[in-house]
Design a protein around this ligand. Structure first.
Ligand SMILES: NC(=O)c1ccc[n+]([C@@H]2O[C@H](COP(=O)([O-])OP(=O)(O)OC[C@H]3O[C@@H](n4cnc5c(N)ncnc54)[C@H](OP(=O)(O)O)[C@@H]3O)[C@@H](O)[C@H]2O)c1
Ligand SMILES: [Zn+2]
Ligand SMILES: [Zn+2]
Length: 338
């Protein structure tokens, strides 16, 4: 097998530099993909900086991968050489535990994250188990589909998981990579959608992305003005927030659902939960079937991330742009290895 060319950090908080490695023989259940495009998720930055204490170096980021299958192991199923596919946060799971056999492969206790102890998609080629190599529907534009593979499934899955009704009132807090896709999905699902943003400059765009109302996530008065109204409030921000006011926006039987990696513990008063039968929950991405279902939904509703493009060779500029909070709304890297 030829060497893989990639962009990697050798230690936490270091800029990415060109890095070549020998991937070894392709496993019988593995698929190798020639990377065309890769989205940049905030989790790539958090792992680069070892914010969660789970990073391994050399670190090759990238878990919103789109490319073509160039090799398939001898028992790989479902995909063949030449297929256009995507790979997200997870690139493998054991396929024999109760969770895997029960269709919840994303919860497998021994699943392989694409960027933890495994080389991700900021590379010319990436590998994944065949089951986690998701064929792209022909109707999706492959050049913008990458962010659906992590950010997209993360915000789509709660709607499915909790059977959110189209008559529900839904809040989306944090209009970044995940949040802007959440506005599109929630709108297409049929819900009444409120965007919560800390950026005044995103107000008008949030409405164009699918919000019916916009609230400032920094202004407690603005948050309290919609007290008791939301059936679901999805937190995509990775920041400390006014939890008391936010939980106060929930209607009876409402749910606060966290997908952003909030760095602090979330304080909750028992009485706030008891009196209105509230739920507080969180979720990771989704199973391969969930991802395929989300891609079909996105294709049917013409949902595509709004992206800014960088050649992969400008990856450090792209990471800086994301870290500065300037991305509108997801960055995609186009592979340009020579
Ligand atoms: N659960 C999962 O499986 C999963 C999957 C993917 C990502 N994640 C996590 O989800 C989070 C978001 O990822 P992303 O890629 O969407 O990041 P992103 O593009 O940087 O967006 C985050 C958004 O949060 C809001 N925000 C940031 N700082 C804030 C502050 N101090 N106060 C209030 N709002 C603030 C901003 O939106 P406004 O400008 O609108 O305020 C920002 O655009 C990250 O923690 C990431 O690791 C989790
Ligand atoms: Zn991600
Ligand atoms: Zn398993």
């Amino acid at each position: 097998m030829a060497k893989i060319h990639s962009w990697a950090a050798q230690a936490a908080k270091q800029p990415l530099a060109r890095y070549e490695f020998n991937p070894g023989p392709l496993g019988p259940e593995e698929v190798e993909i020639a990377v065309e495009h890769c989205g940049v998720c905030h989790s790539d930055l958090s792992v680069l900086n070892n914010d969660w204490g789970i990073s391994r170096y050399p670190f090759v980021p990238g878990h919103e991968v789109i490319g073509r299958v160039v090799a398939a192991g001898e028992v790989a199923k479902g995909v063949k050489v030449g297929d256009h596919v995507g790979v997200g946060w997870t690139s493998g799971s054991c396929m024999h535990c109760q969770l895997c056999l029960g269709g919840k492969q994303h919860l497998c206790r021994t699943s392989q994250a694409t960027i933890i102890g495994h080389a991700g998609g900021f590379a010319d080629r990436v590998r994944a188990h065949w089951a986690w190599t998701i064929p792209l529907p022909a109707a999706l534009d492959a050049s913008t589909a990458g962010p659906l593979l992590c950010g997209g499934i993360t915000v789509f899955n709660p709607f499915h998981l909790y059977s959110i009704s189209p008559t529900a009132r839904v809040g989306i807090l944090g209009i970044g990579g995940l949040g802007h896709m959440a506005l599109k999905f929630a709108n297409a699902w049929g819900c009444d959608v409120t965007a919560f943003t800390s950026s005044e400059s995103k107000r008008d765009e949030a409405m164009k992305l699918g919000a019916h109302h916009v609230v400032s996530s920094r202004d407690v008065k603005s948050i309290r003005s919609i007290a008791g109204s939301l059936d679901l409030l999805l937190i995509t921000a990775n920041a400390a927030l006014d939890w008391d006011a936010l939980i106060g926006t929930l209607a009876p039987n409402g749910r606060l659902h966290v997908v952003g990696v909030v760095p602090e513990a979330i304080p909750v008063q028992a009485f706030a939960l008891i009196g209105s039968e509230l739920d507080i929950s969180g979720s990771p991405t989704g199973s391969p079937v969930d991802i395929a279902r989300m891609l079909e939904f996105a294709a049917r509703h013409k949902i595509a991330p709004q992206v800014e493009r960088y050649p992969m060779s400008k990856v450090n500029d792209a990471l800086e742009h994301l870290e500065a909070g300037k991305a509108r709304y997801r960055i995609i890297l186009d592979a340009d290895f020579k």
